[in-house]
Every structure is written in C-alpha cells, then in structure tokens.
Write a protein that binds this ligand. Structure first.
Ligand code: PLZ
Length: 449
C-alpha cells in the first residue's frame, strides 16, 4: 500500500511560520518510516525522522503538516532558500528544452556559463578553467587527479578534523572514522593527515599552528612528494572550526615555495554563505583551485573544480568527465543562483545573520556554561558544547538539544569529530524574526538540559 501524497498548495504559498500540529514524528512520517526500514539500508540514516512534503524559503513542511524553521538548509545547500522562484523557473525551462545530451558528446552553453561565473567569482586575478562534476566528493577526486597530473607527484595532504567525502579517495581524506570510514577500507594510499589550527583546543597563534602543520608535512611526508594540500577554509563537518589568523596565509606561502597545489574545499563554506562568495577570501588567501558544490545550484546536483588555467589544462583531452557531470538542468539552476545572489544582494545577508546569531549565542553562553565556544563567519556559526568549565566534549547535550529543537519545530544540525557541536547554517533568505524564534527554542532547550 502506498501513501501517495498529492501536494495541496504551491510551496510559494507556505506561510513562513513555525507550526507543530502533531507529535514529532507524526503519524504519516511514522508510516513512511516503517516502509523505509523495509527497503532502505540502515547505513543511510536520517538525523530527524520527519518526511518532507514541501519547503519554501527557510521553512520545511512535513507530511503531517508540521512546519519547521530550517537552520540546516540540507547541510548548506539551500543557501538562497527552498524553492527560490528564479531557480524553479530556470530549471523547469531547461528541463523542457533538453535534459541531457552529455557535454563530452555534444556541448551546450549552460556548462560554459557556469564556468565563466565560477572564474569570475572565485578569488584570483588570473585565467581560470572549470570542470563540472555531480557531487562534492567527485570534485575533490578530480582536484587530486588534476594536481597529480600537473605536479607529477602523488602525495595528498589534508588537515585533522577534515571532511572531504564518502568515495574511496575522499574517505581516506576524511578524518573521522565513525561513521564515515570504519570497516569500509582499505583506503586510497598516499594521503597524509596533518595537524590543523583549532584555536579553542590548541590555543596556538596562526603562525605557530602553521609551523606545526608544515613541520609535520616536511618531516613526516616530504614536500617534494606532495601534489596538493586540500583545506576547508572553515571546516564543515569538523564543527565550523575557524583557523587562527595568519594560518592559511602561511600554508599558502609554503605551498607556493614547494610547488604544492593549494586547494580550497569550499563545498560547505562557499557560495555566499559567509558573506563573501568564498570563505577563503576572509583570510586574504588566493588558492590554486577552489572546489564548489552544495549551494551553487539551489539543490540540484552539480559541483565544480575551478583553478589556474595552466594547472587545469594538465590533463590530456578526454581525461576528465562523467555522464551526468555538468547536467544542463543543474547548470541552469546554478546560473539562476548566481543571478539571485547578485540581484538580491545576498552577499549582505551573511553579516545580518551573523549579527543576529553571534550576540545571542554569546549572551546564552553567559547563562549556559555548557556552551564552551561560539565561532564561525556569516551564516556559518556554531557552538561547541562542553562539560561546564572544561574543554571536555559534551555530545549528550547536543543530542538532547537537537531532539528538543525538532520536537519544537526547529531543524538543527550537529557536527564535530566528537559530535559535540551544533552548527547553524540557515538559508540567507531566513528572516530575522524566524532566526530569533529559533534562538528562543534553543535557549529553552539549553534550560531544559
Ligand atoms: N567537502 C567540505 O562538507 C559534504 C556530507 C553529509 P558530497 N558535507 C556533507 C554526509 O553525511 O554525507 C562535503 C563537505 C566538504 C566535501 C563534501 C562532499 O560532498 O556532495 O556529499 O559528495
């Protein structure tokens, strides 16, 4: 028996308010969950067991009619908001014009336009080229392929607490064993994990943290074996870790001196989320390659590797591609996202959102000593929860708070190697009213601990 859902109203008509009308999960979500368990492996887990019927802006509506304030945006994908009218129109028009031909069989303009936009908006005043892929992990894989071909070296350096994906190479590049890696090996070789900069825990200046990273790479790996260093300008799954000032600049300088390709994985931090197109701009650093995915196409799957033209041209013709890579519908959506960011001046929204979140969270920290650290930039802010008065991770508090929030109509995501971080990555379209309402729910959850 199927529980067929005929949407009764246009998503654009959703009233932007939090509304809980059943127990969470409601009866229809529970029925779908029972069907799901029969046919979907447990390896595919969901953070919040409510099934979605529609969404608009920063509101997600479930199949029982509950409305949630979405502070996760599908892990930083719906950066300009759910069912943005321009994205829906552009993707729908392209769907009807042609859906797929495969760029490496017969090309089309949308792919070229996305590459032009990425060249224009990624940092660096030099000729750039872009290869489009389907997912973030695939972008990381291709960046490594290209860096290896360009340098003639094989080593890949990453940082502790990094997340780069779930494919074999990117599992090797990801830090956290459980749930991402345990039992799934053997992993790709020649991947080296160097210490990162994590000011809340290491207390190091950017210069000292960089010296520690570089010392590891020089002594334990050897610079001349390294093709690339891949960093997240703000670590995403790792818990919105913001490196100390000067850290990335020192690594950039070291990469240049040692002919190591400096790759910024902006898959979570990029595309206007932090108030700049790419978060590395906050650190005054120009990467050789920038990886984008998630937020660039309003929820359609597309990813990019954008880099210096000479590096990107290292691959022989035919060395890069993929059946769905740079799909025309996803490309049309990406072009619409860039247009929306410009025409609605969405780069300004990161500062507005940070201006609401940061002071409120710092004020809560005074009343709730379980909040050890408040950090992040723009619409990418996190709190790290600890045993009060210590730096000891408190994952239990995170679980209690995210569960309380879901019960009360707020979708909150956890993060961190120790699972003790709550991250806020709302859509840039979220209103200040909805943000404040969600913060009140968070405050209630902290009080209820
Ligand atoms: N690099 C920095 O954040 C994806 C993963 C969620 P894909 N992060 C969310 C999950 O549990 O699978 C991510 C990222 C950074 C790479 C990726 C990988 O991007 O599009 O999920 O492959």
């Amino acid at each position: 028996m199927t529980d067929t859902l005929a949407p009764t109203l246009d998503s654009a008509e959703i009233v932007p308010e939090r509304r809980i009308v059943t127990a969470i999960p409601g009866p229809r979500s529970q029925a779908l969950q029972a069907r799901r368990l029969a046919v979907i492996p447990v390896g595919v887990a969901s953070a919040i067991p409510v099934f979605v019927e529609r969404a608009h802006g920063a509101i997600v509506v479930d199949v029982d009619g509950n409305q949630f304030i979405d502070l996760g945006a599908g892990i930083g994908v719906m950066t300009i908001g759910h069912t943005d009218a321009a994205v829906v129109a552009a993707a729908s028009a392209q769907l009807a014009a042609f859906t797929h031909v495969m760029f490496t069989v017969t090309p089309y303009e949308g792919y070229v336009r996305v590459a032009e936009l990425l060249a224009e908006h990624t940092p660096g005043d030099f000729a750039k080229k872009t290869v489009l892929l389907n997912s973030g992990a695939e972008a990381v894989e291709n960046a490594v392929k290209i860096a290896r071909k360009f340098t003639g070296r094989t080593g890949v350096a990453v940082l502790d607490h990094a997340y780069h994906g779930r494919t074999n190479l990117t599992m090797a590049m990801t830090f956290k064993a459980m749930p991402y890696k345990l039992g799934f090996g053997p992993f790709a070789s020649d991947v080296h994990h160097a210490p990162n900069s994590y000011p809340f825990h290491d207390g190091l200046s950017g210069a000292d943290a960089a010296a520690r990273t570089i010392s590891y790479l020089e002594k334990s790996v050897g610079a001349s074996d390294l093709a690339c260093l891949v960093v997240e300008p703000i670590q995403g799954e790792g818990g919105f870790v913001v490196a100390a000032e000067g850290y990335f600049a020192a690594l950039r300088e070291w990469c240049t001196a040692n002919r190591v390709v400096f790759v910024a994985d902006e898959i979570q931090s990029g595309m206007a989320r932090t108030g700049k197109y790419f978060a590395i701009e906050h650190f005054g650093v120009v990467p050789d390659m920038v990886l984008s995915a998630k937020g660039i196409a309003g929820g359609l799957p597309i990813a990019g590797v954008t880099g210096r033209a000479d590096i990107m041209d290292a691959s022989h013709p035919g060395g890069l591609g993929g059946t769905f890579a740079g799909n025309p519908v996803a490309a049309a959506a990406a072009i619409a996202v860039f247009d929306e960011i410009e025409s609605k001046n969405l780069l300004a929204e990161g500062a507005r959102i940070e201006g609401v979140l940061r002071p409120a969270l710092l004020e809560m920290q005074k009343r709730h000593p379980v909040i050890g650290d408040v950090r992040g930039i723009g619409a990418m802010i996190a709190i790290e929860l600890v045993e009060p008065g210590t730096h000891t991770p408190n994952a239990a508090a995170v679980s209690a708070i995210t569960a309380f929030a879901a019960q009360n109509g707020v979708l909150l995501l956890s993060a961190g190697t120790y699972g003790n971080i709550i991250r806020f990555l709302p859509s840039l379209a979220i209103s200040t009213e909805l943000l404040n309402e969600a913060l009140q729910v968070l405050d209630d959850a902290l009080s209820a601990l």
